[in-house]
Every structure is written in structure tokens, then in C-alpha cells.
Ligand binder design. Structure first.
Ligand code: ADP
Length: 243
């Protein structure tokens, strides 16, 4: 039921103590899975998400292969223990939809035409969910794709903005997503200043949308910096190991 929870206190702070324009704490690790070509793990607030990337590799079933480019396939999956009530492990309609949305947000960053007849597979496992998992998945998947050595125009970074208690807020958690007035996931190729995903759920005016997009861009630039730092630190570490 909407509107039954107080999402902002008298000082204008949110239920987790954040200011309206503040991201949740974010940690990104690269190359965490030895059997994948590329991988990344992200924690964003209480979200915990693992991403594995394989490819470019021969595509099975073969009839799905395209003669002029690689096929990007994404699977977003929530573990049964990722939410308070056990989630069925079978793919839900929501997971099928989010898999498609995430693929579409990542696709513009990839030079798929460089790898005809192959597939690039992105497996996303949500281990713990607390709102904004599609965005955190996109952020981590872009890092995992880069870790796999797949040529990219830019990384893709994402965050949800929204409206709570009539105010525009950055990086909604689950309660804010559930009880707030609007939820707007945004993904961008920040270096190219191009939006690759924009969804909107709820009611918002045009002026509020402009303010929300500005806030999202600000958050995305901070996330972009963390993505690059995570990628760099992996290579600095392997450099040190090689002496
Ligand atoms: P996103 O995670 O991208 O915000 P939604 O808006 O669909 O996607 O979901 C919001 C949040 O609702 C999720 O992050 C998760 O915390 C919660 N949620 C999603 N599916 C379930 C479920 N089956 N059971 C309980 N909570 C769920």
C-alpha cells in the first residue's frame, strides 16, 4: 500500500539516513570468478549481485547465430534467498523482462559487428535484492564485459532516480521504490553522454523529470568513476603479482 510509510524525516533525511542526492555505498570487484571470461561483483546498499560473462564464443543453437554480428544474450536471475519471501527459482515474467531491458541497455556499448556468428553471454545472479537491481546489474555487467576483454565504446553505468514525499531522490532502495511516487531507472554511456535506458514508473511532471535526469547523471558519473577504479585495480594487482 502506497503512502503509509514516512520516507523523509523532519531533517529531510531518508530512512537509511541518506540525503536526497546521495548514492548508497557501492563496492565493485572485478575478476571474481575463475571459470568465466569476465566477471564482476557489486554491492550497492543491500544489493549483492554477481555477473559472469562468456564469449565471444560459438553460438548454440547454431540457427540463432547472425551472419554479420554477435548475439548478446543476458539472463537476469534472482536467487530464491535474495528477497524476504522465498522466490521461486523458475524464471518469472519480471526476470524475463529485466533480462531484455538489461540487454538493450548494454548493446549500444558493444561492437557486436566485430564478432559475426558468435554469442556473448551475460549471466546475472542477484544474491540479495533491495531495489534498483536492474541498474546495479547493468553497472556490474558492463565491468564484467570489459573484464572479458570485449571491445566497448564506453562502459555503461546505471542508477534509479525517483520521487519520494514529493521530492526527487537518487538511488531508491526497495522501500522508496515501493512506497514512493515514481521510479525512473536510467543507464548511460557516461563518457559519450548517451542514455541507453530510460524507464519510468509512476507520476512525475516534465520539470521533475528534468531534475531527476540531472540527479541521475550526477550519480552515474560517480558510479562510472568506481567502475574504472575497480577495473584498474585488478590490473594493478596482477601487475604486482608478475613483479
Ligand atoms: P529493480 O530491482 O530494478 O528496482 P523492481 O522495481 O521490479 O526492479 O523491484 C524492486 C525491488 O522489489 C527489488 O529490487 C527487490 O528488492 C524487490 N522484489 C522484486 N521481486 C521480488 C519478489 N519476488 N519478492 C520480494 N521482493 C521482490
Amino acid at each position: 500500500m502506497k503512502g503509509k510509510i514516512c520516507l523523509l524525516n523532519e531533517e529531510g533525511l531518508r530512512i537509511d539516513g541518506r540525503k536526497l542526492d546521495q548514492l548508497r555505498p557501492i563496492k565493485i570487484e572485478v575478476g571474481v570468478l575463475k571459470n568465466a571470461d569476465g566477471s564482476a561483483y557489486i554491492e550497492q546498499g543491500k544489493n549483492k549481485i554477481m555477473v559472469a560473462v562468456y564469449g565471444p564464443r560459438e553460438l548454440h543453437p547454431r540457427h540463432q547465430a547472425l551472419p554479420d554480428r554477435a548475439v548478446l544474450r543476458c539472463r537476469y536471475h534472482m536467487a530464491p534467498f535474495s528477497v524476504p519471501e522465498r522466490k521461486s527459482p523458475a524464471p518469472s515474467r519480471r526476470e524475463v523482462e529485466l533480462s531484455k531491458v538489461i540487454r538493450q541497455a548494454l548493446e549500444p556499448a558493444l561492437f557486436l559487428e566485430m564478432f559475426p556468428r558468435t554469442s556473448i553471454d551475460v549471466f546475472i545472479e542477484v544474491l540479495q535484492a533491495d531495489g534498483g537491481t536492474r541498474c546495479a546489474s547493468i553497472t556490474a555487467a558492463a565491468v564484467a564485459l570489459a573484464d572479458a576483454g570485449i571491445p566497448m565504446r564506453d562502459l555503461v553505468a546505471a542508477v534509479a532516480v525517483g520521487k519520494i514525499e514529493g521530492k526527487i531522490a537518487l538511488d531508491l532502495n526497495h522501500l522508496e521504490d515501493q512506497y514512493g511516487e515514481a521510479d525512473i531507472p536510467v543507464a548511460m554511456m557516461p563518457g559519450l553522454d548517451q542514455i541507453t535506458l530510460l524507464q519510468a514508473d509512476g507520476l512525475i511532471t516534465l520539470d521533475e523529470l528534468k531534475e531527476a535526469l540531472k540527479l541521475a547523471k550526477n550519480g552515474i558519473m560517480q558510479i562510472y568513476k568506481l567502475q574504472k577504479e575497480a577495473l584498474k585495480s585488478k590490473y594493478l594487482e596482477s601487475g604486482e603479482e608478475l613483479g
